[in-house]
Design a protein around this ligand. Sequence first.
Ligand code: FAD
Length: 304
Amino acid sequence: MTSNEWAATPPSLSYELYPPATPKAAEAVLRTIDELSATNPDYVSVTFSGTPERRRASIDLIEHLVRNTRLRPLAHLTCVGETRESLELLVRQFLGLGVRGLLALRGDLPQDPDVARGDLPFAHFLVELIRDIEGRHTATLAGGRLAVGVAAYPNRHPESPSFLHDIEVLVSKQRAGADFAITQVYFDPTHYVRLVTAASAAGVTMPIIPGVMPMANVGRLERLAVMTGVRPDKALLHRLETASDGAERRRIGVQAAAVLAQAAFDGGAPGLHLYTFNDHRASVEVIEQLDLPAIRTLADVVPA
Ligand code: FAD
């Protein structure tokens, strides 16, 4: 299994899970995992954040995936606030659990300027560090290679001076050793195409997987806009605000996500990453609405 099989055999399918914060949420995430397993994803990613409790919850969820399911986890890892040593410990902990895929991220900067930002200012340094650690643990990996993914931005990252600066950053992540990228949420199908076109012109050859979020919750859309700087589509917001009930809102959110995903596939996207918010129903409904490119069978690749 090579690292690019995580993203390059079209179309790949992945889901993003959130470590549960309460026992009730933990039950829900286990149900979500069962339901999503049935769609045979290539991997499921698990988000990561700084506080010790959230971090423990991420590691527990990954351990559950490795021990009790057939799903491959992609562990998110953020470098903000970390030392090289603490990151090395985390990477080694993930390797020890059997994780073979990491999403290398910087994480959002702390609001408080007095809080330490850590040894690595940008995500591409984390990619380099992971590759360096990998080189020193070849025995653990038995000759295999880690799959390392990074974030990409169809709309300008809030701290970035321009969209083209983000493209240069993506080039530097690829040079540092990234195998694939997953995009931030976006609401206009042309923004994904614009990103892929600009990245390709700048020399990015790694697959860029569209990250799509079935969005049925107005409050969450507004929070997302604050966190990511991505303004929600006004028409979608209006339809959600005027929907009669939760079921209607979910139908609208699923349909909008399916339109984005289908447009990305029609434009040649190498896969689909669904931000689940641990709601399996919406994600499965998106998949059901898609006219996916045919999965290759042995007959397609072995001459008669
Ligand atoms: P970087 O690539 O380091 O970029 C951060 C900023 O620095 C950008 O503005 C960039 O333009 C700029 N920059 C980068 N390199 C340079 C350079 N050499 N010189 C000058 N400027 C530079 N956050 C979490 O906390 N936990 C998660 O689990 C998580 N999962 C995510 C999953 C996906 C798919 C995505 C898209 C985002 C995720 N995030 C997560 C959010 C992410 O951490 C934030 O968007 C963060 O602000 C930037 O992370 P990055 O890895 O893109 O950082």
